[in-house]
Every structure is written in C-alpha cells, then in structure tokens.
Design a protein around this ligand. Structure first.
Ligand code: NI
Length: 171
C-alpha cells in the first residue's frame, strides 16, 4: 500500500525513532509499504518516520533506471565507521522542490539487521554511502537541510515557506 509521505515542516519528521524489537508480520508489512511508496514517488530512499512510523527502518535502492531493482532493507541501521569526504547534491521526498549540497562521509560501514533478523555489515561508497547517511539521519529526526550553514538554512526556510504558500494558493 502506498502511504502518504510527510512533508517538511511536519513535526513528526523531527522525532527520534525507536529500534525494532521483533521483526514480525507488522514490520514486514511496513517494509513492503515503504518500498512501494519509495518506488512510486519515485525516490532512492525512504525512512519509516517519513510515513509517520517511528521505528528504525530504512529502504534504499540506488540502482540506475536501466538496471534491475536492488532493494536494501535496513532494520536498526547504524554507522560504525565513516571516512573521506563527499559534498553532493541531495534532495528528499519530504522536502519538496529543494536540493542542496551536503557534507557527508564518502565511505561508511553500516551495521543493520536484515529481514531474517540477522546482523549484517555493509561497506558503502558513492551514492549508496550518502543514501545510508541521509536515511539514518531521518531516524534521528534530522533532515538534510539541518546540515546547511545557518545562512543557507535561513535562505532555504524563507524560500521554502514562500513556495509552500504559492503551491497552496494555486491548489
Ligand atoms: Ni530524505
């Protein structure tokens, strides 16, 4: 089922998510809905709080359009190691029509549970490394715009507020 995606500045996006204790049918259903919602958007990643569920679940698929889908489901993911620097443009399904460069690690090692509840470790680089950092941030109530410098962030907020007003005005 495709779920509605919460849009900034929804306060639900600022809440911290709790670890998943048991991977049961309910969690599997959330994962299925998250994947469906992400592919429908379309996006390359989605975190559970973006659909109003405050559990530490992330789905990511950074495969190119002409490639087979490659869905990564990460339960309770956390970064155990980061190195190098990346400064790439990011967007977010919860922050409409805005993109900005964000400083991240170029390589991360992520520990997580898979859907069988087994602990797996993944070394990610490139777009996947950025996606992991962006999505794990969501689980802690952090959006990519929170990483902007105070001046850029202020500009973003003004621009975004105006944009939201304009779209509401024409809707
Ligand atoms: Ni996002």
């Amino acid at each position: 089922m495709i779920r509605p995606i919460l849009i900034y500045p929804d306060p639900e996006l600022k809440k911290k998510s709790a670890p998943v204790k048991v991977i049961n049918e309910k969690i599997l259903e959330i994962v299925r809905d998250m994947a469906e919602t992400m592919y429908d958007a379309p996006g390359i990643g989605l975190a559970a709080p973006q659909i109003g569920i405050h559990q530490r679940i992330v789905v990511i698929d950074v495969s190119a359009k002409d490639e087979e889908p490659d869905l990564i489901v990460a339960i309770n993911p956390f970064i155990i190691h980061g190195e190098g620097e990346a400064y790439e443009e990011e967007g977010c399904l919860s922050v409409v029509r805005f993109a900005a460069n964000v400083r991240r690690h170029a390589v991360v090692v992520v520990k997580m549970l898979n859907l069988e509840g087994e602990e797996v470790t993944c070394r990610a680089e490139g777009l996947l490394a950025i996606a992991f950092q962006h999505e794990i941030d969501h689980l802690d109530g952090i959006l990519f715009v929170d990483h902007l410098s105070p001046l850029k962030r202020e500009m973003f907020i003004k621009k975004y507020r105006r944009m939201l007003e304009e779209t509401q005005g024409t809707a």
